[in-house]
Design a binder for this molecule. Structure first.
Ligand code: FNR
Length: 182
């Protein structure tokens, strides 16, 4: 059966390296799998239980429905101060309070990029911790942590051009598809 994955992006900036990775994913997907972006988390308000009591924001409810309908979620995010960017964490906090919590038993894949050497590794392990509580099925190996990002993207278009990185991501996606089917 065909698989449909959705991407959740942790950076809001236009020239984002992580955004460029998310953009590259549909073309790197294995046969039988499609990948499409979820909406931006830019317009999610700060999580507030009082606001939730008035009803979930439409953007939160819509993203939750899209995640529930998908066969897996691919989170592509930078690392901020060795941790999860606030906008992404805020989105996860909102989504986690939805009835029929959308990450439960959902296959989750994490990818990150950074100009630094570690490629966002520390953020990835903090994100994994969230999905213990949310009972997601986080894919383990291979891990995609794109370090030295400055040299791996086209200076003009911003696209992910490094062939080794593209090949490795394609390999990871193929393994994730097997995992998601299992
Ligand atoms: C960073 N950056 C960063 N990089 C890293 O590898 N580890 C870190 O802990 C941090 N911390 C950090 C904090 C804050 C507030 C900012 C704005 C940046 C650098 C970061 O990796 C770089 O700006 C990336 O380009 C951000 O990802 P996008 O927007 O290109 O996807």
């Amino acid at each position: 059966q065909n698989l449909h994955f959705v991407t959740l992006l942790g950076s809001l900036r236009k020239a984002s390296f992580n955004g460029a990775i998310a953009r590259a994913l549909p073309n790197l997907a294995p046969e039988g799998a499609t990948i499409a972006p979820l909406g931006s988390v830019r317009d999610f308000p700060h999580y507030d239980a009082d606001l939730q009591a008035e009803g979930f924001p439409a953007a939160v409810a819509a993203m939750g429905a899209a995640i529930r309908a998908a066969d897996g979620v691919i989170i592509v995010s930078p690392e901020y101060n060795y941790s999860i960017p606030g906008a992404l964490k805020n989105a996860i906090d909102w989504l986690s309070r939805l009835p029929d919590q959308p990450f439960k038993a959902k296959p989750v894949l994490i990818q990150s990029a950074s100009p630094g050497a570690f490629g966002g590794a520390r953020m990835q392990y903090q994100l994994r911790q969230c999905f213990v509580f949310l009972d997601g099925r986080v894919f383990n190996a291979p891990e995609v942590m794109v370090g030295g990002a400055t040299g791996k993207f086209d200076q003009d278009t911003g696209d992910l051009t490094d062939q080794g990185t593209r090949d490795f991501i394609a390999k990871q996606l193929a393994a994730f598809a097997v995992f998601a089917r299992g």
